[in-house]
Design a protein around this ligand. Sequence first.
Ligand code: GUN
Length: 280
Amino acid sequence: MTARLIDGKAVAAELRRGIAARVSTLPFRPGLRVVRVGEDPASGVYVRNKDKAAQEVGFDSATLHLPQATTEAELLAVVGRLNGDPAVDGILVQLPLPAHIAADRVIAAVAPEKDVDGFHPLNAGLLAAGQPRLVPCTPKGVMHLLRASGAVLAGARAVVLGRSQIVGRPMAQLLLAADCTVTVAHSRTRDLAAECRRAEILVAAVGRPEMVRGDWIADGATVIDVGINRLADGRLVGDVAFEEASAHAEAITPVPGGVGPMTIACLLENTLEAAMARRG
Ligand code: GUN
């Protein structure tokens, strides 16, 4: 078998077109503020891409770039000002933050109704309670890809590899809400390969290049690769050994061009949702 490709670029472009069309009918421009602290180079690229995508769909978007030496109190004051600004619908504080700032306290300071990352404990709790409001962008993007791929979710055995706050945990909640039978596997799982082999839907989010081998994939499975890992030779690879996995899977996302483009599209979707909820 050679797997069908799930084209994240195409699905994301479609989502962005739909958002731009809706924004063009609104009497206001949804406002997004992205806060970056310090000089992490990867964050610089991500933040520019988010800002550009937001401008392209017609949002009022801006980046606040604060110096590396910004204190936690100063950052909390910036967040507080954005919380109180009626023109701002969405606030995203880019992670990682410098080590002297407690990310948890900053995340908890964002007004939950403006938390377009979906990281605030209230939003995480609502998702876990089965009442999702603002949902983390990457797992939300994975759900769009699964639906676009035609995968049958209700009753399917889904395995999530990874238990991070940003991807693995919310991913498991979303699959459960879609009536999958969900297993969360992680670095301490006894036989990862055997757990993965049971999956009709496998979502890999561990950040280890090509850890998931072809013989971990059940014939006919749908494989979603959240990993983006840069090798020493400069190549970008996922958490799944793509060629090997393609020999078993029915459908698979490429890296790059799979989940990556969906994360930004879902940030735009969350910002639009937050704006509609706040402004009626
Ligand atoms: N850093 C890497 N991914 C993310 C994300 O989804 N949101 C934020 N705020 N920071 C990140």
